[in-house]
Design a protein around this ligand. Structure first.
Ligand code: GTP
Length: 210
């Protein structure tokens, strides 16, 4: 495999998992936690992996990744995690950071490569079918001051509204090789059951896509 691009990665796990009723990243999906599955998918695609999460960071100790808390209190939504990711990547010397959600275990193995193919100064956001997935994106870290101001001044939680106010492009991804949505995310106990079945059937009919 080619060496990963000079891009930092961050897994967004800062939400409250209200619909699930339990901390989603640590849920077991066919023998592995959700977040371990996401790390395994992201790690070959980037130079390093950090986790954005609130609460006790020690619950992620076994994963051996830096854990970044939200820079704003009160769970202001994923934009706060994206800002934490930009700040961390910038301090580590990277110009861009790729973000993915901790509850989305089947996202594409060429996710970062495809987003990185365009102009490096614009935000690249993933889409599948009719839906845009703004937490699955590649961000120039130079946008951190604009994002900080946006969060402070407007208290606006919408990732897409921030994206639309910046230069951006949308990159469409096809369904996974198993025919399912590559960006299927686990919000409820019912979604968890679907993810478990899908993980099992992918393992049985292993087709080269991890
Ligand atoms: N840093 C940070 N990330 C968040 C916050 N809220 C949601 N997220 C992340 O944004 C992505 C989408 O989150 P949601 O599905 O809307 O929220 P959730 O906590 O996962 O689940 P619900 O509480 O059931 O809505 C996930 O990666 C979450 O971890 C927040 O306040 N701060």
């Amino acid at each position: 495999m080619a060496s990963p691009p000079d891009i930092s990665g961050c897994i967004l796990a800062g939400g409250l998992s209200r619909r699930m009723g339990r901390d989603k990243p640590l849920l077991n999906v066919d023998g592995e936690t959700l977040i371990s599955r996401v790390i395994a998918r992201l790690r070959p695609q980037v130079a390093r992996v950090a986790i954005n999460a609130n609460g006790d960071p020690a619950r992620f100790d076994a994963l051996a990744c830096p854990v970044l808390a939200d820079p704003f209190p009160g769970h202001p939504g994923p934009l706060a995690g994206i800002l934490a990711a930009m700040d961390d990547a910038g301090s580590a010397g990277y110009e861009r950071v790729a973000t993915v959600a901790a509850d989305t275990p089947f996202f594409p193995c060429n996710f970062v490569e495809r987003l990185a193919a365009g102009d490096s100064a614009v935000i690249s956001v993933a889409a599948s079918g009719e839906r845009v997935h703004p937490v699955f994106a590649l961000w120039p870290v130079l946008l951190a001051p604009a994002l900080r101001d946006h969060l402070k001044d407007e208290g606006d939680r919408s990732v897409m509204r921030f994206v639309r106010a910046q230069r951006h492009r949308i990159v469409a991804f096809p369904p996974s090789s198993d025919g399912g949505d590559a960006f299927f995310n686990v919000n409820t106990p019912e979604d968890l059951a679907v993810a478990r079945r899908r993980a099992q059937s992918r393992e049985k009919s292993f087709d080269g896509e991890v």
